[in-house]
Design a binder for this molecule. Sequence first.
Ligand SMILES: NC(=O)c1ccc[n+]([C@@H]2O[C@H](COP(=O)([O-])OP(=O)(O)OC[C@H]3O[C@@H](n4cnc5c(N)ncnc54)[C@H](OP(=O)(O)O)[C@@H]3O)[C@@H](O)[C@H]2O)c1
Length: 199
Amino acid sequence: MTIGIIGSGAIGTAFARTLARAGIEATISNSRGPDSLTQLIRESGPSIQAGAREQAARADIVFVAVNWTKLPAALGGLPDWGGRIVIDANNPIEAPLFKPVDLKGRVSSEVFADLVPGARVVKAFNHLRAEVLAGDPRGDGGRRVLFYSGNDSAAKAEVAALIDRIGFVGIDLGVLAIGGKLAQFPGGPLPNQNLVKVG
Ligand SMILES: NC(=O)c1ccc[n+]([C@@H]2O[C@H](COP(=O)([O-])OP(=O)(O)OC[C@H]3O[C@@H](n4cnc5c(N)ncnc54)[C@H](OP(=O)(O)O)[C@@H]3O)[C@@H](O)[C@H]2O)c1
C-alpha cells in the first residue's frame, strides 16, 4: 500500500509526522515542488520522501490537505482516480477571514468528492488542530480518537487500519452525509473535541 500526501502545510506535515513516527512510507507534495520540502524531509526521517503532486496522486491512498479555495487547482489535471482511496482532511473555511464557504446545503466532503471523480473518499484527520494531530496519540493516558466517515466500507476499513497503525483510535461515523457533517468545521459538534480512549 502506497501513501501520497497533497499539501505540506500544517495538516499535511502533521499527518506526515504521524506516519514517520510509525515508520510508514509516504510521498508528500505541495504547489512549489519537492525542492521546497527539504527541511521537512530532513526532520521527518527516512520514511517520508518529497515528490511532485502528480507522483503523490498516484498512490493507493492519497491524503489531501489544501486550503479550500485551492482544492480545484490542487486536484485538477490528475490521472483517473480509478477507485483509489482519497482522504479528505479539509474544512470549508479559510484564513485569514474564516468566513464559512457556502456549500449550498451539501456536506463539504460531498463537494470535495466531485473534485476526485471515481475515488473512494474517506473523511478523516480534519477535526483536530494540526499541533494536536501531530502530537503523540498515546501521550495523554490512552489513545487519541480520530473520526472517519465514507460511503465505501472497504475504503473505510483501510483508513481505519491506518489510523490504528499510527496509534490513534478510529470511530466510524457512517456515511459522508451523516459523519462528514458531524465532523465538519464549522457546523458539526465534533471539531476540536480532543478525546482520548482510556483502556
Ligand atoms: N490547520 C489546522 O489546524 C487544520 C485543522 C483541520 C483541518 N484543516 C484543513 O486542512 C486543510 C489544509 O490546512 P492547513 O492548515 O494545512 O493549510 P496550510 O498550512 O495553508 O497548507 C496548505 C497546503 O496546500 C498546498 N497547496 C496549495 N495549492 C496547492 C496546489 N495547487 N497543489 C498542491 N498543493 C497545494 C500548499 O502548498 P504551497 O505552500 O507549496 O503552496 C500548502 O502546503 C484545509 O482545508 C484546512 O481547513 C486544517
